[in-house]
Ligand binder design. Sequence first.
Ligand code: MG
Length: 205
Amino acid sequence: MNMKIIGVGRNYLDHVRELQNEKPETPVIFMKPETALLRNHQPFYLPEFSQNIQHEIEVVIRIGKEGKHISEKFAHKYIDGIGIGIDFTARDLQNQLKAKGLPWELAKSFDYSAPVSEMIPPSEFPDIQNIEFRLDVNGQTRQKGNTSQMIFSISFLIAHISKYITLKKGDLIFTGTPQGVSSVQIDDHLEGYLENRKLLDIYVK
Ligand code: MG
């Protein structure tokens, strides 16, 4: 396998506000390497370099064919799977780097920072801009969102990203998190749902 993971930051207004960030005028884009992938049902081990790893539950799009300069109108044709993932973020490290005006790459791209579920064919969703999703932590709902609340739609994101970066089959796009991000602790049980279907099940170790 040879793929890349593209992350979108600040794509839900309630989350932008909870971190006291500014609403972006264009999408905030970052990348995670392939080594960030964590397969479903594998444990996530807290890394030693952070005291504040936070969960960000996100709808994940898998790209089905290569594209560059994809038009927003045809962007949906490039999606071959929809799943759920967690964009684990070392918030302490990110805040330190942000304060210095430095890139926060390491706070997002570390090993196993991207657990991803199996993918569901997009045809199973009547409207990809109206998908409910949530994260339960130890049986309690911690984050809840709907793709209708995105600042930048999935088609817009695909068009925008592909102006700069060629998208290839197998690439994943993490489309942003709603409010409710918080720290994970050892023994936490994280369960991710798309429309009441549990697709992601991860323990923190
Ligand atoms: Mg995120």
